[in-house]
Design a binder for this molecule. Structure first.
Ligand code: NAP
Length: 428
């Protein structure tokens, strides 16, 4: 079917990524990939990522046909003041399946809802995946940064982020209060006076597909352990249920010699659990304790699978251990879909000054490449970024903490990474 767009046109050349009958992805060597540069520093780092990712694609015999689409402020400029997420953009991401986006600004308290959340919900991108690891040469707030090599899987569609909430002072919130108190018997808990109320749904479907994705990733990438991170000790029927359903996936869907479920492993010491040789262990940890382990013993963890809110906090904390918010990458995955995006936001105070670090969005593109099966191009991107940082000419955020480094702008750093890609490819 030929799609028509209102205010944008797909590139004249290029092919579509498609999904085969068995659910596997079919990626041509000249894919059309929609890109949203994003708000604030998105206009600095978005084009930089395009340049670096294209260089890596070309160095491995491929060609990306970028399809610029709009959201946030750029969409308002093009489509009108009230349009933050145009139908054109949704249609393009839907049609081409794999896309990359920069950060989008979200107003706090009032105004429109998060466009990031809207995109994740619209495409049912149920898993937010963030690999966090030490890039050689980067500054880190911890003493042994090389111990960090963790991939976080955050459930993306439910929990308190589902958007089922009512504002204080409205008739709706009072109706919900009355229902909870009068019909459900939860009296004497909600204080008198104005209240805001939200609902925290955790479903079997949402939990199981997330945990399945995390276990499959661990199996495919030679990881030893998947840890379910929850607050089931306090929120028994939501987070506790997350842990039970997660363990059910490990117990019922994989042979014991491949995946070993360790329910009730919360209080057991590492060596006390007898895991079959070569099997991935699925264990569990309480979320607040996990924040401590992340700092104190990151080398004991591999893959973390979490409900939405825990995942938000823990993946940011892990990302910070990489040394700058300009570094941690991420991507959202659904059935046959990927929307790559950096962890950081639009950092308005650094926008338009050729300052921001383009590594996070570019490494998010590398994650997108891995999803497309372009492992060689992904490795080239990562190696070239490491080489550029190692050479000591870095953006302001890294320059702050690397002794003897020289400060360069986004565009110069981008050129340097491209230079390393060409050099690395020539030496292969
Ligand atoms: P932020 O945009 O991530 O920025 C916080 C600080 O981190 C910046 O001021 C800057 O600090 C540093 N930083 C972030 N990205 C960087 C980069 N690429 N290079 C160098 N330094 C970088 O967080 P925020 O200020 O809380 O949020 C701003 C807006 O972004 C909000 O509207 C928020 O909702 C939105 N947001 C969007 C997303 C998304 O689109 N997925 C994610 C998070 C936040 P210094 O310069 O002071 O060192």
């Amino acid at each position: 079917m030929i799609m028509s767009y209102e205010l944008i046109d797909p590139p004249a050349d290029g092919s579509r990524v498609t999904v085969a009958g068995d659910g596997s992805l079919e990626v041509p060597s000249d894919p059309i990939i929609p890109i949203i540069h994003g708000d604030g520093i998105g206009e600095d780092v978005g084009p930089a990522a395009q340049t670096i990712l294209q260089a890596a694609a070309q160095a491995t015999g491929r060609e990306i046909n970028w399809f610029r689409v709009y959201a946030g402020e750029a969409a308002q400029e093009r489509y009108g003041e009230d349009v933050h997420l145009p139908e054109d953009t949704l249609r393009a991401i839907d049609e081409y399946r794999i896309a990359i986006k920069g950060p989008l600004t979200t107003p706090v308290g009032s105004g429109f809802r998060s466009l990031n959340v809207a995109l994740r919900q619209h495409f049912d991108l149920f898993a937010n995946v963030r690999p966090t690891y030490h890039l050689e040469g980067t500054p880190s707030p911890v003493k042994a940064p090389e111990l960090l090599d963790i991939v976080t899987f955050r459930e993306n569609t439910e929990d308190v982020y589902a958007g089922i909430e009512w504002e204080a002072g409205t008739q709706e919130v009072e109706q919900v209060r009355a229902f909870v108190e009068d019909e459900m018997g939860a009296t004497g808990i909600i204080h008198d006076g104005p209240v805001g109320i939200g609902i925290k749904p955790i479903t079997e479907k949402g939990t199981k597909r997330l945990v399945r994705e995390a276990i499959d990733y661990a199996l495919e990438n030679d990881r030893e352990k998947v840890t379910l991170v929850h607050k089931g000790n306090i929120m028994k029927f939501t987070e506790g249920q997350f842990s039970e359903w997660g363990m059910e996936v490990a117990q019922e869907e994989y042979p014991d010699e491949e995946v070993f479920a360790a329910p009730n492993s919360l209080w057991e010491a590492e060596g006390e659990i007898d895991v079959p040789e070569g099997a991935v262990m699925v264990d569990e940890r309480i979320a607040d304790a996990m924040l401590q382990w992340l700092l104190l013993r990151p080398d004991e963890f591999d893959v973390l699978a979490m409900p939405n809110l825990n995942g938000d906090y823990l993946s940011d904390a892990a990302g910070a251990q990489m040394g700058s918010l300009g570094l941690p990458p991420g991507a959202n995955f659904g059935e046959g879909r990927c929307l790559a995006e950096p962890v950081h936001g639009s950092a308005p105070k650094r926008a338009g000054q050729d300052m921001a670090n383009p590594c996070a969005i570019t490494l998010s593109g590398a994650l997108m490449f891995e999803y497309m099966g372009w492992y060689d191009a992904a490795a080239l991107v990562k190696d070239a970024i490491e080489a550029a940082i190692g050479a000591g000419r870095v953006t302001y955020d890294l320059h702050r903490n690397i002794e003897g480094a020289e400060r360069v702008g986004t565009t110069t750093f981008t050129d340097e990474v491209v230079g390393h890609i060409e050099q690395l490819a020539a030496n292969q």
